[in-house]
Design a protein around this ligand. Sequence first.
Ligand code: ASP
Ligand code: MG
Length: 413
Amino acid sequence: MPASGWGQLFTHMIIVQKYGGTSVADLDRIRNVASRIKATRDAGNKVVVVVSARAGVTNRLLADAKTLDPHPDSRELDMLASVGEQETIALTAIALHSLGVPAVSRTGAQVGIHTDSEFTKARIVDITGGDLNKQLDEGKVVIVAGFQGVTEDGHVTTLGRGGSDLSAIAIAKAVNADLCQIYTDVDGVYTADPRQVPGARKLNEISYDEMLELASLGSKVMQARSVEFAKKHGVVFEVRNSMNNNPGTIVKEEVASMEDVVVRGVAADKNQTKVVILGLHDQPGTAARLFTALAKANVNVDMIVQNVGRDGVANVTFTVPSDDAYKAEKAVEKISAELGPRVKFMTDRVAKVSVVGIGMRSHSGVAADLFTAFAEAGINIQLISTSEIKISVAVEVDKADDAVRVAHAAFAL
Ligand code: ASP
Ligand code: MG
C-alpha cells in the first residue's frame, strides 16, 4: 500500500476511511467529513467509510445505564452503546446525499461483521461484507457503523471501547483496500501526548509493535486491539487529521532503519489500580490459583511483582485497569481463604508511565537513563516492568505528567 497524502490525487483505488467521534461531533463536522468523502470518490475511487458515535454519545449512553444499575447486564449495554454509531451512519449518508453523492448506510450486522458473544469486548470471527461490493460497484459510498458486530444468533455486540478503529482495519482487510486512513482530531501519532508535553513531535512512521505498546499504554490515538489486528493481517494504515490536509503517521511492519531510534515515544496510563496482597502461602500453586481466579473473572492483569517469600508467606502486587478493579477485588475475596491463612489486600490508584522503542532491542542502558532521570526529578518508582521494547514504571497518579515530561526530555524526543 502506498503512503497517502490527502489532497494528492488517488484514483481507481479502494479506500477505507474511518472518522472518529470528534470528527463527526456536530452537523458542521459531518458536512466537513462528507465533503472529504466526496472529494475522494470524485477522484475515481471506491470509498468505504467507517464512523464512530458522535463525541460523548457512547459515554452518555453508558453513564445512563450505570445510573440505573451500577453493574448493568452486558448484552443490554451493547444493545444500548451500538445506537451511537447508527445515528452517525445515517447522518453521514444524508449529508452525502445533500452533496449529490450516492451513499448508503450499513450496520455492522448488514455487512456481516460476525463476532463471538463476549459482549462489550467481542472478537471478530469473520466479515462476509453483505452487499458491500455490489454497492461499491454501483458507485455508491458505503457508510458502515463502527464498533458493532453481530453474533451467530443475531445479538448485537460491541468490540470494546474505541472499537470503530478495529471495524475499519478489519473492513480494510476484508475488501483488500489499497489505503486505510484513520481520521482523528490530531495530525498523527506523537512522541508523547502534546497536552502533557509541549515539545512533543508528530512521527512520520511507527512500527506496529511500537504503536501497539503505545496504544495499550494509554496513548489515546487508537484502540490497541485494532493495531494487533492490523499487525496480524499486515494492514498498513495512516493516522491523520480530519480537519486539515497534513500528512499523518504511517503504521506498518518495521524496517531496519527504525531501530536507530532508541525510544520512539512516551505514554502514560493514569487509569491503573495497584492491588497489593499480603500473607500468601509461599508454596507452589498459590500464584496459579490467584491468577486463574482473576482470569476467570475476565480481569486484565498488567504488571506483576512478587517479593521473596519469608517465613512461609509471600506478597504479590499487580496492576489492573481501574475499570477491572471491582472485579479483581471480588475475585480475590472469593478465594482468599485458599491463598493463605491471613490474607490481606488493598488497592490504590497509580499511573503507569512507559517508554517504547524497538531500538531498545539493540541499545543498552535505557533503563538506567530513565531511572536516573526520575531520581533527579524526585519521582518515586513503585513498580517496574519491562519487555523487549518497553520499560514501564508505576508512579503516583499526581506525578504522571511530570514523569512523562522527564522521560521525554531524557531521551531527547
Ligand atoms: N463509540 C465507541 C466508543 O466511544 C467506539 C469508537 O468510538 O470507536 O468507544
Ligand atoms: Mg476512537
